[in-house]
Design a protein around this ligand. Structure first.
Ligand SMILES: NC(=O)C1=CN([C@@H]2O[C@H](COP(=O)(O)OP(=O)(O)OC[C@H]3O[C@@H](n4cnc5c(N)ncnc54)[C@H](O)[C@@H]3O)[C@@H](O)[C@H]2O)C=CC1
Ligand SMILES: O=C([O-])CC(=O)C(=O)O
Length: 327
């Protein structure tokens, strides 16, 4: 559900590092899709990336051929499943970003995608656990609240699970919150340093205006699904958001300190939710610290209560499904 993905959405000022030290291979699985293509473009422009490996069940070689003409230093190659394409994509990858799967049509919930996307994510996670077991995994495929627990269980089964390296990408909620808040404040979104808990920004919004803002962030996805009229969900803003999240991780991996992002990670914050989206301090090996939520008001408490109950069910759904559907 939407709210659980943005229960604690924090927005911090992001700086693009100019010290590029690491050679990093990144794999994008689902690279020929609506998100995959613009995301791959943005990653091609990222100076931390040395090799970009693109995988899809169709179209990835063409996307790779197109992107590899761009005059940045990274190499790009696109693979299909034939000729061990998935294995070649994943071999040596330090970061794997997964936007593979079907998007919503109007009238559907994210949970409606579960029956199709659960098995897609499971199979890709199995391949990653075998071919790049120490990679950081960034899951975009919906429903994120359930697909992330599926990846965790797969990695556990292969005895390679490192909770510090598994992320559900919830950055789009932050991107939207910054944009929507800046519209109301007539400010530059880049200058908005917000901590948003349950949609409450703590920046002078109250009453109806606060309700509207929370709802717009919570249901921003529906806004796009409706506007696209059956042609899918957010792709360009999502690609931007995923590129931001990936860049933060790459900055932290390269040794930069003080990198903080909001992500859906394994968490001890609430006992019923093994995973929770909140502010996370990133380091060279992934999650260094899940930050406390801090003080929240009654309005936020109430939203958080609803979120926790729903999120616990979403997580359990992923775990129960994978326990019964290993193949
Ligand atoms: N986390 C978030 O905030 C967001 C998540 N999403 C989710 O991202 C997913 C992708 O969305 P779009 O790119 O718009 O969909 P799309 O349909 O345009 O692209 C998905 C791609 O995945 C590929 N694919 C399918 N099965 C595959 C497999 N087994 N291995 C490799 N590739 C495979 C397809 O061939 C296609 O190219 C959806 O589940 C959507 O709901 C979308 C927006 C925001
Ligand atoms: O709404 C959707 O189906 C896609 C998504 O997660 C978003 O745009 O936040």
């Amino acid at each position: 559900m939407m709210f659980s993905r943005l229960a604690v959405a924090s927005i911090t000022k992001r700086q693009f590092s100019h010290t590029v030290s690491n050679a990093t291979k990144i794999a994008v699985l689902g690279a020929a899709g609506g998100i995959g293509q613009p995301l791959s473009l943005l990653l091609k422009l990222n100076p931390f990336v040395s090799d970009l490996a693109l995988y899809d069940i169709h179209g990835a070689p063409g996307v790779g051929a197109d992107l590899c003409h761009i005059d940045t230093k990274s190499t790009v190659k696109g693979y299909l499943s034939e000729y061990d394409g998935l294995q070649k994509t994943l071999d040596g990858a330090e970061v794997v970003v997964i936007p593979a799967g079907v998007p919503r049509k109007p009238g559907m919930t994210r949970d409606d995608l579960f029956k199709t996307n659960a098995s897609i994510v499971r199979d890709l996670a199995k391949a990653a656990a075998q071919h790049c077991p120490t990679a950081h995994i960034l899951v975009i495929s919906n429903p994120v609240n359930s697909t992330v627990p599926i990846v965790a269980e797969v990695f556990k089964k292969f005895k390679v699970y490192d909770p510090k390296k598994l992320f559900g990408v919830t950055t789009l909620d932050l991107v939207r919150a910054r944009r929507f808040v800046s519209e109301l404040r007539e400010s530059d979104p880049a200058s908005e340093e917000l901590i948003v808990i349950g949609g409450h920004s703590g920046h002078n919004f109250e009453g109806q205006e606060l309700d509207n803002l929370c709802k717009r962030v919570q249901f921003g996805g529906d806004e796009v699904v409706r506007a696209k009229g059956g042609a899918g969900s957010a792709t360009l803003s999502m690609a931007h958001a995923a590129a931001q999240m990936t860049n933060s991780l790459l900055e932290a991996m390269s040794g930069k300190s003080g990198v903080v992002q909001c992500s859906f990670v394994q968490s001890d914050l609430y006992p019923e939710c093994a995973f929770f989206s909140s502010q996370v301090e990133l380091g060279q090996d992934g999650v260094e610290k899940v930050r406390d939520i801090g003080k929240i008001n009654e309005y936020e408490e109430n939203m958080l209560k609803v979120c926790r109950a729903e999120l616990a069910k979403n997580i359990e759904k992923g775990k129960t499904w994978i326990a019964a559907n290993w193949e």
